[in-house]
Design a protein around this ligand. Sequence first.
Ligand SMILES: C[S@@+](CC[C@H](N)C(=O)[O-])C[C@H]1O[C@@H](n2cnc3c(N)ncnc32)[C@H](O)[C@@H]1O
Length: 194
Amino acid sequence: MLNKEDFVGFESHEYRPIIRSQSMKILQQLVKERKPKNILEIGTFIGYSASVMLDANKDAYIISLEKDKQNAVDAIKNLKEQGFTGRFEVVNCDAFDYLQENSLNQFDLIFLDGPKGQYYKYFPYLKKMLKSGGVLVADDVLFYGLVESKEKIEHKHRSLVNNLRKFLALLNDDNEFETVVHHIDNGMSVSVKK
Ligand SMILES: C[S@@+](CC[C@H](N)C(=O)[O-])C[C@H]1O[C@@H](n2cnc3c(N)ncnc32)[C@H](O)[C@@H]1O
């Protein structure tokens, strides 16, 4: 079992934005069942979820995008230490730049775990980059229940919540996707492309 406390960088972050346990189990199960060979991850942090996916399918290769330089360095160290040398590329970049420049790349699974307010903007690229039969998994789509709340959203969260609503509407309105939103942790959407 991968132990996130052993990962370089874990202790130095007071706020540790790592996939939560129930979402992790869904992702792990999906990778075990569907055996995606080419995975794109947006939001590496220190490489924990990437390790979970690589561990769940020995034939998987991951390209993982991380904007923060130190996180990218730590993630590379951790992924090597976990024995995944040759099975990953951590790209230190802004995810949107990567998507715009590499939209012809094709993936079997895309795990979206980066800036939540940008998911809707990424969607047209992700759709294009996902193979038919591939799966798009997005973490934290319900943002502490606020995305489905009927209450007035506090100003500080309003644009993030509206952007997540836009993202979920794009998924639900798209006939090429079959989407399920799991009401666990902070909410996780799983969308299979026909
Ligand atoms: C929730 S964390 C990822 C956690 C990781 N997937 C895990 O569960 O182990 C989100 C990460 O996205 C990175 N990030 C934020 N904005 C980004 C952007 N525009 N492009 C690429 N990475 C970004 C952050 O630096 C952070 O490390």
